[in-house]
Structures are given as C-alpha cells and as structure tokens.
Write a protein that binds this ligand. Structure first.
Ligand SMILES: Cc1cc2nc3c(=O)[nH]c(=O)nc-3n(C[C@H](O)[C@H](O)[C@H](O)COP(=O)(O)O)c2cc1C
Length: 173
C-alpha cells in the first residue's frame, strides 16, 4: 500500500495526489490519500511507500509540513518516502530542479529528512478563487515574472505527463 500525504490550501496538491492514485491504481496497488491535517499514523505504518505532496504560499511550505517531516522522519526514511513540491515558478521547466527551485532547495536544506525522489511540479493559478489581497499580490508576482495577469482567467500549469513519468519510472517500475 502506498500512502500519499498532501498539504493543500486550494486543492491542487490533493488533485495531484488523486491523479497519482488513479495512475498507480491500474496496477492493482492500493493507494490511500491522507491530508496532513488528519494524519493517520496506523496508515503510515501499514504503507510500504509514502509520498509527501505540499504547495508553496508566499515563498514557504506550511509549518505543518516541516513539523510532519520532522515528527515522522523515521517512518519516512524507512518507507523510502518521496517529496513532491508544488509552486508556480515551476511553470518554467528550468525551475523544476532542486538546484534551481529556491523553495524546494531551502526546504530540503532545513529539514533532516532526505526524500528518495524529489519532483517539482507547477501548480495552478486560480485568480477567480482568490480573495482581494491574494489576487493583488499574485497578480504583482505574475507581472514581475512574465506570467498571466488577467484575473478573470484561471490557469492550471500542472504538467500531468511529468507526474505520469514520475509514476511510471519511480513508483510502478
Ligand atoms: C496566496 C498564494 C501565495 C502563493 N505564493 C507563491 C509563491 O511565493 N511562489 C510560487 O511559486 N507559487 C506561489 N503560489 C502558487 C501555489 O503554490 C499554487 O497555486 C499551487 O497550485 C497551490 O497548491 P494548493 O492548491 O495545493 O495549495 C501561491 C499561491 C497562493 C494562492
């Protein structure tokens, strides 16, 4: 059984977790999804592989992600856990490496856990769902980084073929 622990605010990390569940599911392997808000220790103990998925908010992963990976480091190490970091700068393929993605690089420098595989995946820009402050800030960030600035349009940058490749090469091979 594979346990996927996800930390999401707007749902994209959960969507990635569900996509992996679907992809792996065709092999008959069981995949259980668990939110970081409701960690099920028994489930983690039962898993033979763990995948942690988390997204970036204003340059940082949530404190809950840091706490989780420190609290459960022995289990994550034993289960050869992987990490998938989601953010918008990864919409540029050259920002999908640890060395070039500042958020994931800093996260891995700070935590004592060392994931076996690390995937850096582009998230979604959901202007129509953001409150005024977030919408304004993200529009500014997009302006500075040559991203979309029309706040009436949502864009999903997630490259599902990248996640498929990860599943094929690292999970079910
Ligand atoms: C308030 C807010 C702040 C964000 N800050 C950043 C950021 O600093 N850098 C970045 O690359 N992406 C940033 N993002 C993009 C998110 O990482 C992206 O939307 C991701 O899909 C969110 O995943 P989730 O729905 O699982 O929370 C931000 C998004 C929001 C809503």
């Amino acid at each position: 059984m594979i346990a996927i622990v996800y930390a999401t605010i707007d749902g994209q990390s959960q969507k990635v977790a569900e996509f992996i569940k679907e992809e792996v599911g065709v092999t008959g392997e069981v995949v259980e999804l668990v939110s970081i808000e409701t960690i099920d220790e028994r489930l983690l103990n039962m898993a033979n592989k763990i995948i942690v998925i988390a997204s970036i908010r204003y340059g940082k992963f949530s404190k809950k992600v840091y706490r989780f990976v420190e609290d459960y480091r022995p289990a994550l190490t034993e289960k050869k856990a992987d990490f998938i970091g989601i953010n918008l700068i990864a919409r540029s393929p050259e920002k999908q490496q640890i060395a070039t993605n500042v958020y994931v690089r800093k996260f891995l420098e700070k935590v004592t856990w060392q994931p076996v595989n690390v995937e850096i995946v582009a998230g979604a820009l959901r202007y129509t769902k953001y409150k005024w402050f977030d919408k304004t800030m993200i529009k500014l960030i997009m302006k500075l980084t040559d991203g979309p600035t029309d706040t009436s349009v949502d864009t999903e940058f997630t490259d599902w073929s990248q996640i498929s490749d990860y599943v094929q090469s690292k999970i079910i091979s």
